[in-house]
Structures are given as C-alpha cells and as structure tokens.
Design a protein around this ligand. Structure first.
Ligand code: ARG
Length: 568
C-alpha cells in the first residue's frame, strides 16, 4: 500500500522513468516502515542522499494514512501510519483478508512422486508436504494448478515384482504387504531374484513381456500399482494432503512417447550414440578431468530411463497443459538431472523461453546423528510408523494440557496436532535446507511449532465460546488505542503481501514465520488488553480484532495444509 505512494512521489520528483523504481520498504523498529529509496537513487543522480530523500518527502502524499514522514540517517524515510487508518483498513477487509487474486496462470506442480512397491521415505514426506502447501497457496492466489504425481511405476524391477506377486498369490497376505509394508515385499522379491536363477530368468522374460504390452502381464502390473496406490493413499489420508488418484501422472504414462522423444532429439542433431547408448551432450556439464557428462536417453539395451521420461514431462506440460510456469518439488540432489533435462528441452524447442521452470529443492531430513533419518537399528524408516508415533506423542501433550477434556475429544485432537506438528516442521525451515527430525520439539506447545499455532487459534475460538458469539458476528468497526492492539493490527495487514511472496518465491517458511510472529503479537495483545472484561464498546472492537486474527490464522494454516482443532 505504501509502495505505490512512494512510486508516485518518485515519478513526480524525478520524472516518469522513476515511477516504477523499487522504494525498498521494510518494517522498522524506528517507525512502522522505512523506505530506502534515496540512497540508490542519489548515486544515479549524483546528488546527496538526504536531498533526494527530502524531494521524495515533498511529493509524498500520505494524507489520512500516516503522520508527516521523517528523514533519518543517511536518507531513510520513516513512515508511521495513523492508528485510524490501520483500523479502517482492518475493518474494511473482506474474506480475502488482503490476499489479491492474481492473473491466472497454468502451473503444473510435480510433487510427492513415491515409487511403486517401495516405502515412502522422509524425503517423499517433505516434497509431499511442501508441494501441497504450494499448491494450496497458488490456488488461493487464483492460479490453475495441475497436480502431477510422477510416481515411479515403470522400469526393470517390475519383472521381478510381478513374478513375486505371482509366486505369493495375488490374494495372499504377502501381496497385502504392498499396502502395509512395501519394503518387505520388495525385499522378498529381491531375495528370490538373487537366490533363484530360474526365478531371475522368469523375471527377465517378464520385463520384455511388460514392455511389449502383453495383456496378462499388464494386468498383473496394474494389480501391483493398484496395491501400491492403496499404500500411498493411506499415507496421504493420514497426512491430509490434497492428492488424489486423478493426480497420478506416473512414469508409465509417457511410455508411448519415449521412442519419439529419442527420434526427435536425434533428428535435431542433439543426441548421438556413445558406447551403444543414445546420449545428449550439453556444454557446461563436465565431470572429473573435464569429461563431458552425458544425459542418457536410451540405454545400450534399448531401454529408456529417468531422463527420457522427464523430457516427456516437460513436453506434455508445455504442449498439452499449456503451462505458464512449471514447478518440480524434488530433492536437491536432483538439480543436475533437472538442469540437463531442461537445457535439452530448451534446445530442441519443447520448452519456450517464456515458460518458467523452477526446481523447488527439497533438503534432507536428518536424524539426531545428522545422517539421513533411519530407525535405531539403521533400517529405512516406515513412514506410517513415524506418523503414528507423532500422533501418540501429540496425545501425551494433549492429555497433559487438557485433562478436563473428554478422552474421545482428546483422541480426535491428537492426530490433528501430531500430523500438524510433523508438517509444520517440514514447512517452517527453508525447503532447501536440511533439518534434524526431532519429535519432542515438533509437538511442543511453545516455540515456532505447528501445535503452538493451532493452540493460538483454539484459544481465540474459546474466547468466542465464552462470549457466546460467533467470530463471523464480530464485525464492529475496530478502534486502536493500546500499543499492543496497534502492533497486532499492523501485523494482520501484512498477510496479503506474505501470501503473494509465498506464491512468487515458493517459500512456505515465510508464511510459517509470519504466523508465528502474528501469534506472538496476539499473545502480547491478550496479556495487555482485556477483551471480555472490557467496557462494551472496547469489548466489541477487541472481539472484532480477535475475529480478524482468527481468520488470518485459520486461512494461513489452511494454506499450509495444517488442521485446526476446535479446542486444545
Ligand atoms: N520417483 C522419484 C524418486 O522417488 C521422484 C520423481 C520426481 N519427479 C520427477 N519428475 N522426476 O526419487
């Protein structure tokens, strides 16, 4: 809201070419906001920064918005908004809560992408949680988001997996392991493959039959994928993420296109044969001793791999989905792979310059030993066990905090808190940095945690329960007199900018940080300003302030995909 006013002043003071300069406005401890426009401009104009600041202030129209701006330091412009203006803005918010609706873009988001017949690991958990928060936020900003769950459902291990499924029987308890404990199923298949040459032969023949589209083999493959889907969906339901079967766009969906992908790259002169494999060599990708690193698009045995299917994802998302912006929410170590795929796609013309692709890099989740999180015995973690443990811990926290609640109510709150805790921990740190998985910290009711925010919202709900009115009814015009009221109000007005930032920069942790600050502002307000005991006019205004705070917390948690317990 201040940016445009500053830009208008810049235009008037220095000419139209400065009317879209960035005035760099930040919240400040010396005022509400500090603009840092004069310094860079002074250099350009060859004038003194303070003189430039004075000319900006001369043309700055803040009538009814702020007190007279002050110039400080080398040429900062300090702005203190009037409480009346803040109050009016807050009272005037509609249910968008200051979040704009942006020009609609088509944005496919590639996230989650677990592998058939394999346990999801904490890396999959994090791309699922971060991807889902981005999807929710972009949709709320008005975009046409296409969820793309690029599951690993194709490749050589499927011969072995299908033969194992046949061996144990499709309706056997062993087959059900695919739904409950996929790694055990996979391990048993692998053991048979390694220990029984006849089985290994059958498995190899089976891969050929699968690739040739043999109907019986395809039916068995379908069965395998279907059982795995049940496993994925159990995890998704427990996590409360928005992915459904309709969002599955696995590797196998691109099978029919892979030969053509290779042909086109060859025809364009981009792919060449090297040691029997068809490869793309790109400038700038060299390994040890300067040896060029190839992007292998057809292996020497004629099979296609991960790179070829990812080239197909790009082509599909640009040509068929008509994307404006494409997000790949994938582990950080895959950066090289993605860059090579994108460079190739740009060269051959499948990825035009005006379509933006972004790798939303997902950092590792570590154990207390700072190595990739595993069980104490050193085995890969079962994700469902981890989630169940989080729910059990949350139950302890809820039992201790609210022994007065009915056990049935506590049992219903525990999954919301436990899953909220795990998701928030994934979201609250920058998505590309590593963090140590620490359940005790995650489920804590204090600090920058999911449960702390859930508790803050539940506390406001309980104020309304005590007052016996609904938050929707608390619409009295707000007046701000106490500093804590004013600070809370100012924080509430920033919500829209924060959500825009998350959509532009793809940083859900910014929203987490904002909500944490907001909850702290609310705590300070609630300590310093009685609500229910205040006189009727003040009471109504403060209840209205509580209602906006609750709405912003609720909306913020929704965008992150975190449940909101009624009471806590
Ligand atoms: N299935 C892969 C894995 O588990 C992730 C796929 C990510 N998406 C993609 N388009 N490459 O590592």
């Amino acid at each position: 809201m201040l940016t445009e006013r500053f830009q208008r002043a810049l235009g008037k003071a220095f000419g139209d070419e400065y009317a879209d300069a960035d005035p760099v406005i930040r919240p400040s401890q010396f005022a509400d906001f500090q603009a840092n426009a004069a310094l860079a401009l002074a250099k350009k104009l060859g004038e003194k920064p303070r003189d430039v600041a004075e000319r900006i202030v001369e043309h700055l129209d803040l009538d009814g918005v702020a007190e007279a701006p002050e110039i400080s330091g080398p040429g900062f412009v300090n702005v203190r908004l009037t409480s009346a203006w803040i109050a009016a803005e807050l009272t005037g918010l509609d249910d968008r809560l200051g979040v704009p609706t942006q020009d609609r873009q088509v944005i496919p988001v590639d996230y989650s992408a677990p592998n058939v017949a394999k346990e999801m690991h904490v890396g999959h958990l994090r791309t699922t949680v971060v991807g889902d928060a981005l999807v929710r936020t972009l949709e709320h900003l008005g975009h046409d988001v296409v969820r793309q769950n690029h599951v690993g459902d194709w490749g050589t291990p499927f011969g072995m997996l299908i033969e194992h499924l046949l061996a144990v029987g499709e309706d056997s308890p062993e087959a059900q392991l695919l739904v409950t404990d996929p790694n055990t199923f996979y391990g048993a298949a692998r053991e048979e493959f390694d220990g029984d040459p006849a089985f290994a032969d059958r498995a190899r023949t089976r891969v050929v039959a699968l690739q040739a589209g043999d109907p019986d083999t395809l039916r068995l493959w379908d069965e395998l994928v279907d059982l795995s889907k049940q496993y994925f969906n159990r995890i998704y339901a427990t996590l409360g993420v928005t992915l459904t079967d309709a969002d599955l766009a696995g590797e196998s969906t691109y099978n029919a296109e892979l030969a053509q992908i290779c042909d086109e790259l060859e025809a364009a002169g981009l792919a060449t044969m090297s040691d029997g494999a068809l490869c793309v060599f790109l400038d700038g990708y060299t390994g040890r001793e300067g040896k060029p690193v190839p992007l292998i698009i057809r292996k020497s045995d004629g099979g296609y791999g991960y790179a070829t299917t990812d080239l197909a994802t790009i082509r599909h998302r640009v040509r068929d989905l008509r994307s404006d912006r494409i997000l790949y929410v994938i582990g950080a170590p895959q950066a090289l792979h993605l860059n090579m795929v994108w460079d190739t796609a740009r060269k051959v013309g499948w990825l035009p310059d005006d379509v933006e692709v972004v790798h939303v890099q997902i950092g590792n989740v570590l154990g207390a030993d700072r190595k990739i999180l595993r069980t104490r015995a050193g085995n890969p973690l079962k994700l469902m066990d981890l989630l169940e443990e989080a729910i059990a811990r949350a139950r302890e926290v809820v039992d201790e905090a609210r022994p007065d609640l009915d056990p049935g109510v506590r049992a219903a709150i525990a999954p919301q808190v436990g899953i909220g805790a795990v998701k928030y921990a994934d979201l609250a740190v920058a998505h590309d940095s590593e963090y140590v998985f620490d359940l005790d910290r995650m489920v804590s009711l204090t600090g920058n945690t999911g449960p702390y925010l859930q508790y803050a919202a539940a506390r406001i709900r309980s104020i309304f329960r005590t007052a016996a009115i609904s938050p929707d009814g608390a619409t009295t015009p707000i007046t701000l007199t106490e500093p804590a009221e004013r600070a809370l109000a100012l924080a509430l007005l920033e919500f829209g900018d924060v959500v825009v930032h998350v959509g532009d920069r793809l940083e859900p942790h910014r929203l987490c940080g904002y909500l944490f600050d907001l909850a702290q502002h609310f705590s300070a307000f609630y300590e310093q300003c009685p609500v229910l005991k205040a006189d009727s006019e003040v009471r109504a205004s403060r209840l209205a302030l509580c209602a906006v705070t609750l709405a912003v917390l609720d909306q913020g948690l929704d965008l992150l995909g975190i449940a909101r317990p009624e009471q806590m």
